[in-house]
Design a protein around this ligand. Structure first.
Ligand code: MRU
Length: 353
């Protein structure tokens, strides 16, 4: 799998996903500001991947800070964290990753700042590796929910490219294929930024997983033809009640799935669950520039100059449409999700089999 991010010679190499699938190029990030730009401009995207990018951005942002008191260092680093978090509001993983780093700094603030700076690089690397392991656990927890054969529809890209590696929704599909299931993936192209066409189709083809690209407005027809036996998508933030924010268009897919009696699954790590909010109404929805809709990649104009545009990047699927939320601790019904806030809870009785 093509890595999304990695450390090389003290800098972060970030795959520029805005250029895929025609160019596979990496941007060298030597400071937090470049990582922030990469998050904003979608060089790196997908909730878990931007979390890992933020952790690496914190390590880069720590580098030029004064090596005086641990408290001063923590205060200045918190400013770097706020700057990174402000790039994209919906995916909670960004905030989660910054909080993890700040937690580490605060519990170790008696150590020399020079040592802390090195340790933040190691911490971000561990977070990358843990993210891959988490995705594999999500895959293992959800593979049994996939049909033994037939079509599975997904929206946007919740794959290796959206995570440290392996993917969440695509991780479930990968694990099912590895278990011998014969799955044909239908990838919604995912207007306006086309993560399905550019990224999901490319990523699955690299792995020789059967994928068919459709326009977003074809999903109902394809379901009506009986070609889809399950839907699995990722999430950017899930509320305590199981309402799940994901790429714009996901909510519509969930309604279509319900109409056609097709199970609709959300696959995400627990770091994507915001246990502090009661429902999806509290999830901030990012609005992106109008040119993403009026122009093809900022170039060819496809709408009248000056037209008013509304471009929300995410929508919220109400929990009632979700058959199960697949996490690294297992697949549970949305109404049981809140119980996973307790790391000691026995999940066995909650699992969807
Ligand atoms: O705007 P993007 O490309 O960052 O949106 C990504 C998604 O909506 C993904 O489905 C979500 O982050 C889950 S990624 C495992």
């Amino acid at each position: 799998m093509t890595p999304t991010l990695y450390w090389k010679d003290g800098n972060v190499e970030m795959l520029d996903q805005s250029r895929l699938p025609t160019e596979v190029t990496y941007v060298t990030c030597a400071d937090a500001a470049t990582v922030a730009r990469g998050i904003k401009e979608l060089w790196v995207r997908g909730a878990p991947a931007i979390g890992v990018a933020a952790a690496m951005g914190m390590a880069l942002g720590a580098r030029p800070l004064a090596e005086g008191s641990g408290d001063d260092f923590a205060r200045e680093l918190a400013g770097v964290g706020d700057m990174l978090i402000s790039q994209r509001p919906t995916a909670v993983n960004l905030e989660w990753a910054v909080r993890q780093v700040m937690g580490y700094v605060k519990t170790n603030c008696e150590k020399p700042v020079a040592d802390l700076k090195k340790q933040l690089v190691d911490l971000s690397q561990r977070m990358l590796e843990e993210d891959i392991a988490t995705c594999r656990a999500i895959g293992a927890a959800g593979a049994h929910l996939m049909p033994d054969s037939g079509g599975v529809l997904t929206h946007c890209n919740a794959g290796a490219l959206a995570t440290g590696g392996y993917g969440t929704a695509l991780g479930v599909i990968r694990a099912a294929v590895e278990a011998g299931k014969s799955i044909q993936v239908y990838a919604d192209e995912t207007r306006p930024v086309l993560q399905g066409a550019r990224l999901t189709a490319w990523e699955l083809m690299q792995d020789d997983i059967d994928v068919t690209l459709i326009c977003d407005n074809m999903a109902a027809h394809v379901m009506g033809l009986g070609r889809v036996r399950a839907v699995v998508v990722g999430a950017d933030r899930i509320a305590r009640n199981g309402d799940a924010a994901n790429k714009i268009g996901t909510y519509g897919v969930a309604i279509l799935a319900r109409e056609h009696n097709i199970p609709f699954y959300v696959a995400a790590p627990l770091s994507t669950v915001d246990f502090s909010i009661a429902s999806g109404a509290q999830i901030p929805i990012e609005e992106r520039p109008g040119h993403e809709i009026t122009r093809v990649f900022g170039q060819t104009q496809i709408a009248p100059e000056g037209v008013k545009v509304f471009n929300p990047a995410f929508d919220v699927t109400p929990a009632r449409y979700i058959a199960a939320i697949i996490t690294e601790r297992g697949a549970v019904r949305p109404e049981d999700l809140h119980r996973l806030a307790d790391p000691g809870v026995d999940v066995a009785p909650l699992l969807v089999r």
